[in-house]
Design a protein around this ligand. Structure first.
Ligand SMILES: Cc1cc2nc3c(=O)[nH]c(=O)nc-3n(C[C@H](O)[C@H](O)[C@H](O)COP(=O)(O)OP(=O)(O)OC[C@H]3O[C@@H](n4cnc5c(N)ncnc54)[C@H](O)[C@@H]3O)c2cc1C
Length: 464
């Protein structure tokens, strides 16, 4: 939707990023400013390259085939009926000139990346002026300059990565089942995950569970033939559930035959040849990098105040320091933790959703000339799924494991999933799984859907 359609007199609220913070802030504003939006006194624009918000805690279940990937995303245009959705990358922000620079969807990045120049060399940046701005860009994978990582590794933050990994893992079983060469089989059946936080542990545990289940359809592949490994630099995994449950998780994964290497680093991964700091080296067909996140690098192309980690410095009221018209929350913001749990709030969905609520209320209060409320929430703990009927949880100090924790994980996240429509679809996916075994087909062509057609056009007869 074009920004020209904004009523000229309207106060324009621009939300940069339509993830947790972006979508929930816009939802809150829809509710709080209903009258002003209807009368055209206020307009809200959400800018995101994607037209959907991803419910990331369900990505491991989507990768494992327990949930249909489309059901773990919420379509922004359907959810935000009174807002404008502008698809494109925000490539810069000038708080001084009160504009966000947007590279709209459909134009290729220039040779320098998203520098505002299309492939044709034509400048494609749209200036989107704002009265209030929300910075909700989230984070990206924090990588290290490890040789081979960029070529062989994959992250686990997006629904596309979850779909890819599911197909890729099943394809490795196809390779192993179709080859006699022990080297080829060993490589295909070796899966390495680096980084033992939420994303890494859940993705590893869910995919291993799926692959183990799939083995029944591959007579020449036994689950003992597979090698699944978690490599973690620290001396514990899953810090989100506390030390005791973290230790329990290590034992539970090891009990399933998964290798958990603590205090170990990935040194190199050139050509898929993994070298670890404990001296071990081997070939792997799969390398998943989930070793933490860092604030979105686009923030460096702004005149916003950033801390040494690259986060936008926000006040407890979620306004950006020194810029009362600009707000920030979620993974890309440094927000003081008034609950006393830590100095600043941790990058997780629990804070992102609650901060979005406070943020929406504060922007409405700001427009109505009322005082802002500081954000305060004490972290209540976490739940994690470790495969079908397996989980671990530490909520309000209550430590749970196994099927009870898994059930809690499902009910908690189902209750948090945005929109009734998506809640229903997720519940339906789980209900169907009670009666049918999960799908184990690998749709490998999804990663190169045009390959067959390109081959066909290459071989077309020249003389018709
Ligand atoms: C696999 C996985 C599992 C997780 N599980 C849990 C869990 O169980 N519990 C928990 O509390 N947390 C969990 N988290 C963390 C949680 O999902 C994040 O903390 C949360 O998404 C942060 O919200 P956000 O709005 O800051 O960022 P996001 O939700 O990531 O939103 C950022 C948005 O910005 C958009 N964007 C990116 N670049 C641009 C650009 N240039 N211009 C405009 N828009 C842009 C993106 O498309 C995205 O929509 C998990 C994360 C992952 C990856």
């Amino acid at each position: 939707m074009s920004v020209e359609q904004i009523p000229p007199a309207a106060k324009h609220i621009v939300i940069v990023g339509g993830g947790y913070v972006g979508m929930y802030t816009a939802l809150r504003l829809q509710r709080r400013l209903r009258r002003e939006l209807r009368r055209g006194e206020v307009a809200v624009t959400v800018v995101d390259p994607q037209s959907y918000m991803t419910y990331q805690p369900f990505l491991p279940e989507a990768a494992a085939g327990n949930l249909e990937p489309r059901h773990v995303v919420a379509p922004l245009r359907k959810v935000l009926k009174r807002c404008r959705v502008l698809n494109g990358h925000v490539v810069g922000i000038s708080a001084e000139r009160r504009v966000a620079l947007v590279h709209p969807a459909g134009s290729d990045p220039g040779p320098e990346g998203w520098d505002g120049v299309g492939a044709s060399g034509e400048a494609r940046v749209q200036e989107v002026p704002y009265d209030r701005l929300v910075i909700a860009l989230g984070s990206i994978s924090r990588t290290l300059p490890i040789p081979g990582l960029a070529e062989c590794g994959i992250g686990f933050k997006t629904v596309e990565e979850a779909i890819y990994l599911r197909n890729h893992v099943l394809h490795q079983l196809d390779i192993a089942a179709s080859n006699d060469d022990p080297e080829v089989r060993r490589r295909a059946l070796t899966f390495v995950f680096v980084g033992g936080g939420f994303a890494g542990v859940e993705a590893l545990a869910e995919l291993e569970d799926m692959a183990r289940d799939a083995c029944r359809w591959y007579p020449s592949v036994r689950h003992e033939d597979m090698r699944w490994m978690m490599v973690e630099a620290a001396d514990r995994i899953l810090p989100e559930v506390g030390p005791e449950m973290g230790r329990w998780t290590v034992e539970a994964l090891r009990g399933r035959g998964i290798e958990v290497k603590l205090e170990t680093l990935l040194k190199t991964a050139e050509g898929g040849h993994i070298v670890l700091s404990d001296g071990e080296s081997f070939d792997a067909g799969t390398l998943v990098w989930t070793a933490g996140v860092k604030p979105h690098p686009m923030l460096k192309r702004t005149d916003l105040p950033l801390d040494e980690k690259g986060r936008v410095k926000a006040t407890a009221e979620l306004a950006v320091e020194g810029l009362p018209d600009v707000y920030a929350a979620g993974d890309n913001a440094r927000v003081p933790d008034l609950s006393g749990f830590g100095e600043f709030t941790a990058p997780n969905a629990q804070h992102a959703v609650r901060q979005a609520r406070t943020l929406g209320d504060n922007i409405a209060a700001d427009l109505h000339g009322k005082p802002l409320t500081p954000y305060k929430h004490a972290y209540v703990g976490s739940v994690a799924s470790l495969g079908l009927h397996k989980g671990v949880a530490n909520v309000y100090g209550l430590k749970l494991r196994g099927v009870v924790a898994w059930f809690m994980h499902r009910t908690y996240h189902l209750s948090r999933m945005p929109t009734v429509n998506r809640k229903f679809r997720v519940a339906l996916d789980w209900s169907l799984a009670l009666f049918f075994r999960r799908e184990i087909v690998s749709l490998g062509e999804l990663s190169s859907p045009r390959a067959e057609f390109e081959l066909a056009t290459e071989h077309r007869p020249k003389d018709g």
